[in-house]
Write a protein of this length. Structure first.
Length: 163
């Protein structure tokens, strides 16, 4: 019995080995394309004075090179200087706060409401040299006190897969 099992196992091993020997193609062709990393310069204003009806903010991309067909340069909201990255301006003297909105070139309105965050939301994007303009607007509530309101928005800039 042991000999029969050993013979059957040896036969199965031989059949399996000979089957691969008769395969049509025994070669694998490999290919690899080496490309340069994308390069670009994105310019964003260091300071913007917001008007009551909103202010246009220009973001410029220059020297854009080596982007793949399915890639874009994405400019996003990385954070703010307010608690939980809320889009809020603060009057340092009175400690009063005022929200603000960003209206993207495609018409989306980005605004935090106290329970959410806009971190990671795309404001503008580029696939070549160019200028994109978004609008920043103050949200002036009836209870907003007069004063000088300031705040900081930090941008994230990276190459991402285009939709």
């Amino acid at each position: 019995m042991k000999r029969t099992i050993a013979f059957m196992m040896a036969l199965a091993l031989c059949v399996g080995t000979t089957a691969t020997a008769f395969a049509e193609d025994t070669a694998t062709e490999f290919s690899f394309t080496l490309r340069n990393d994308p390069t670009y310069t994105v310019t964003i204003p260091a300071q913007v004075t917001i008007e009551k009806d909103g202010t246009d903010v220009e973001v410029v991309a220059e020297d854009v090179e080596n982007l793949a067909e399915n890639e874009k340069i994405s400019v996003t909201i990385a954070g703010t200087d307010y608690f939980r990255n809320q889009m809020v301006l603060t009057d340092k003297d009175t400690r009063a706060v005022m929200r603000y909105q960003i209206v993207t070139p495609d018409g989306r309105t980005l605004e935090t409401t106290g329970t959410d965050t806009m971190t990671g939301q795309e404001i503008v994007s580029f696939t070549a040299d160019g200028t994109e303009t978004y609008t920043v607007k103050p949200v002036v509530a009836p209870s907003t006190k007069p004063g000088n309101y300031t705040g900081t928005l930090t941008y994230g800039i990276s190459v991402v897969e285009a939709e």
